[in-house]
Design a protein around this ligand. Structure first.
Ligand SMILES: [Fe+2]
Length: 435
């Protein structure tokens, strides 16, 4: 984080603008996933959130557009429609953009006044409140991508610098024995520049010996499960997963489509024969991943097991990243929008962990079977945004770790935890089995 705060804010905003520019005219009014807001909400939500945290929340500045501050205040968790409260008519796009630009310049003007409060305010100290705004926006850059993923291809335009798809170079499959031992989950508040409430405090836990798939499950492997009646055999599914599968009529991963009798993989911008994308990781819900693991005779890893495979060494050491201490770069994995699509599993061998496990960080988040829960000693320190984690400690959400192709680099750290409910198939989430 050597760039100035102003530069980091500007580059975050440029990325957001670039992402909204992928939409063809009129697509901003679409609502590609029924349980999320229409896309136009997010155009206002990013500045409203930053305003509400930094300018209104910390600096107590008077609002210049109170209606927007509240209409765009909160997103929704895709658990149901009960708190979905959408206005009948959204404000004109030009008004939202004007609001956004005014908020952006107010944020730049807030850098000094926030710094002046560093001694007396935990969130002003080390510019934490700006990190709240930046990381919130970075996370939405990814979630916007999985919303866009569900739009018809004709409503999107590809970025000018998008590289061609990569189909070759996958690592071979296999199982790796991981010796048991301790892992440290989470971080101590003062040891990291920034973290969310659920990352604190650090604590140690023990893991038994286990073996784990060297690479995440590929589309080609998942097709075998499907051809073997994977979506038709209730015995492979947990009971409530099976009921959900039946209720929504899910018969294949949502990223796949049967077109003219051929299985097709839908990237953000193209329809690719599934056969070509056979070595890309399959993206599925926790429920589908669990059924696959049962079919294969394994199970999903726990959060501590993922950490053991990713961040420890066989001689008792720990690493900051699977590959070592070096800051994440292109050769370590598929993240930060470099490919705008998945890549063959394990093709970035520089990113392998000390145990030789491939593709743990990047390409897609990895499902664990651990319920999203607070670590011992948790406190919701981000008092201006108290619902960040606590609302989701409901036993229904599972932890996902690592990173996806659409995850910005700043979010790559061992303590970062993502979570989703088990019956949600849209996010870029891959998985592997342990035995
Ligand atoms: Fe949000």
């Amino acid at each position: 984080m050597s760039d100035s705060l102003q530069e980091r804010l500007s580059s975050c905003w440029s990325r957001s603008d670039e992402i909204f520019d992928l939409l063809e005219d009129g697509a901003i009014y679409e609502q590609p996933i029924g349980l999320r807001h229409p896309l136009i909400f997010y155009l206002g939500h990013l500045p409203a959130f930053a305003w509400n945290q930094v300018c209104r929340g910390l600096l107590d500045m008077p609002s210049f557009r109170p209606g927007f501050d509240s209409v765009f205040e909160r997103g929704i968790d895709p658990m149901g429609v009960d708190h979905f409260d959408s206005p009948v008519e959204w404000p004109p796009v030009e008004d939202i953009i004007e609001y956004r630009d005014r908020v952006r310049s107010a944020l730049i003007d807030s850098i000094e006044p926030v710094a002046d409060r560093a001694e007396s305010n935990l969130l002003a100290d080390r510019g934490r409140i700006f990190e709240v705004a930046i990381e919130h926006e970075l996370m939405h850059q990814e979630t916007l991508q999985y919303l866009f993923q569900q739009l018809p291809l004709k409503l999107k335009r590809r970025p000018a610098d998008m590289p061609s798809y990569r189909f070759d170079g996958a690592a071979r499959a296999g199982r790796i024995e991981i010796g048991g031992g301790t892992v440290v989950l989470g971080a101590d508040f003062d040891s990291v520049p920034f973290g969310w409430d659920n990352e604190f405090p650090a604590h140690q836990t023990m893991v038994e010996d286990f073996s784990i798939d060297r690479t995440p499950v590929r589309n080609a492997e998942f097709l075998e499960f499907l051809m073997d009646g994977g979506y038709e055999r209730p015995a492979l599914w947990r009971e409530d997963d099976w009921q959900w599968r039946q209720r929504v009529g899910l018969e294949h991963p949502v990223f796949w489509s049967m077109i003219d009798g051929n299985w097709t993989y839908l990237t953000m911008f193209d329809a690719v024969p599934l056969e070509k994308a056979g070595d890309w990781p399959v993206f599925v819900s926790h429920a589908e991943a669990t059924a696959f693991c049962r079919w294969r005779g394994g199970r999903l890893p726990t959060e501590p097991e993922f950490h053991r495979a990713a961040y420890t060494t066989s001689d008792g050491g720990t690493r900051r990243f699977p590959w070592g201490e070096e800051a994440p770069r292109a050769g370590h994995g598929n993240f930060d929008f470099r490919h705008w699509a998945p890549t063959p599993v394990g093709c970035f061998s520089d990113g392998d962990s000390a145990w030789g496990v491939a593709d743990l960080v990047g390409n897609g988040w990895e499902w664990t079977d651990s319920v999203f829960e607070p670590f011992p000693g948790f406190s919701a320190y981000i008092r201006t945004y108290p619902g960040y984690s606590a609302d989701f400690f409901d036993g229904l959400h599972k932890v996902m770790l690592g990173a996806a192709w659409a995850t910005p680099t700043q979010l790559i750290r061992p303590s970062f935890r993502n979570w989703f409910q088990r019956h949600y198939p849209y996010q870029f989430a891959k998985f592997r089995c342990v035995y």
